[in-house]
Design a protein around this ligand. Structure first.
Ligand SMILES: [Zn+2]
Length: 419
């Protein structure tokens, strides 16, 4: 058994205490009394904590397109429209995906995974293009990644990631056999914008997904405002973006209790920012995603900081609807996606599988609220220890600026919630 101590994430705010855990589960979460720190009862007197710092659940990246990573340098100077870059089937990205070799795509996906694992993300939802073949490439990329990084063969840290692919048909058309196969091999569908589809076709697709009890994610009102009534009629599990949504559109999304995934850095690439204060004011459950790997490194620390700064912009603008707190933003990366997609409880709990990271902070932390504030400025260099799922042994081969980075791992079989 091991333990860590410091400030522990909780839905109502951070508290001071410690966590003792085995490879299988969290044994005890201990709350210190004000003014004095006491260790968990389950820990022997002379045992030292593995790490001290701010303890949060690992990040969930709620929206990625991991396969277009190779285009990152190329599109950095791109000045065309969003449609010309990403709309299927003729956008630059789709032409690239259609012509890239399988190995190149595998390499792109693997680099994206590496970037996530190195920055505290152990779960991601990927919109995988290319139909069944695209899914096969995704599966291959993940399997080969962990073969390549097998500690038995090399000295590299081995760790797993919970990869949840959302697939899509090759063409924006309803084909029953293709859909059956896609849904069998993925958690559901991740569709491009509603306006890219013929309405009858997308309706048939959506009712098929619903009938199979799978997840349906759709990009909505990203480049133009789309008809929210028609989109909600499809019973989506979640929407991505909603940049061009009106107050009424967001009201309806809130009424139907549909979560939204926002990707502020990708939006800013095209000169837009999501109205986070308004979305929160409506009571919408928001999660953060990094979107296309070619537009943003899938590093949740960067997405958190950027979201924090656009909320500051909203705060100083005349249209600010509410003040967004650092804790609201942190929840979008660690708690809200677990509620929206994984049917999980809020925060860290005894008996849960260990799944958290511990971050160093040099700031003055006087109260729990300050921890979320510290996280707005944190980066992957602040990770002292990552405890991810259960494992047979701890790996300590990786040093990070002379600080210890231990990884406990085992892949998870936790299911996403279907609806
Ligand atoms: Zn996207």
């Amino acid at each position: 058994m091991s333990y860590v101590e410091g400030w522990i994430f909780h839905e109502d705010g951070f508290f001071r205490g410690g966590i003792s855990f085995s490879n299988e589960k969290i044994i005890e979460i201990f709350k210190s009394k004000p003014g004095k720190f006491a260790r968990p009862k389950s820990i022997k007197k002379n045992e030292k904590p593995l790490a001290k710092g701010i303890i949060i659940p690992t990040f969930v990246n709620s929206h990625t397109h991991s396969a277009d990573r190779a285009l990152r340098a190329h599109v950095a100077s791109y000045t065309g429209t969003l449609k010309q870059l990403v709309a299927p089937p003729l956008g630059i990205k789709h032409r690239y995906l259609a012509n890239a070799s399988k190995d190149e795509l595998i390499s792109s996906i693997q680099t994206s995974i590496s970037e996530m694992l190195n920055s505290g993300t152990y779960t991601f939802l990927d919109f995988r293009e290319g139909g069944l073949e695209g899914l096969e490439i995704f599966k291959n990329a993940i399997e080969k990644y962990f073969e390549k990084n097998d500690t038995k063969k090399s000295n590299i840290v081995q760790f797993k990631i919970n990869a949840y692919p959302l697939s899509r048909p090759i063409e924006n058309k309803y084909k029953k056999e293709e859909l059956d196969l896609l849904l069998e091999h993925s958690i559901g569908l991740g569709l491009s914008s509603f306006v890219d589809w013929n309405e009858d076709e997308i309706r048939k697709v959506a009712s098929h997904v619903k009938q199979k009890g799978k997840v349906l994610g759709i990009h909505a009102s990203e480049r133009i405002r789309e008809n929210i009534d028609k989109i909600l009629d499809l019973s989506p599990t979640f929407l991505v973006h909603m940049l061009e949504a009106t107050d009424d559109d967001l009201e309806k999304v809130a009424e139907f209790n549909i979560p939204i995934v926002i990707c502020p850095r990708a939006n800013a690439f095209f000169g837009k920012i999501p109205n986070v204060p308004l979305m929160l004011k409506k009571g919408i459950l928001l999660s953060l995603g990094t979107d296309n790997s070619m537009l943003s490194k899938p590093d949740m620390f960067r997405e958190i900081e950027f979201t924090f700064r656009i909320c500051r912009i909203h705060h100083f603008s005349k249209n600010a609807k509410m003040d967004v707190k650092p804790m609201d933003i942190l929840k979008m990366a660690v708690q809200n996606p677990r509620i929206a997609f994984m049917n999980m409880k809020k925060g860290l709990h005894e008996e849960d599988t260990p799944d958290f990271i511990i971050l160093r902070t040099d700031s003055i932390i006087n109260k729990g609220e300050d921890c979320a504030g510290a996280l707005m400025h944190a980066s992957k260099d602040d990770i002292i220890l990552a405890v991810n799922r259960s494992c047979d042994r701890a790996y300590r081969t990786h040093t990070n600026r002379n600080r210890r980075l231990g990884i406990f791992q085992k892949s998870s079989s936790r299911r996403l919630g279907n609806r």
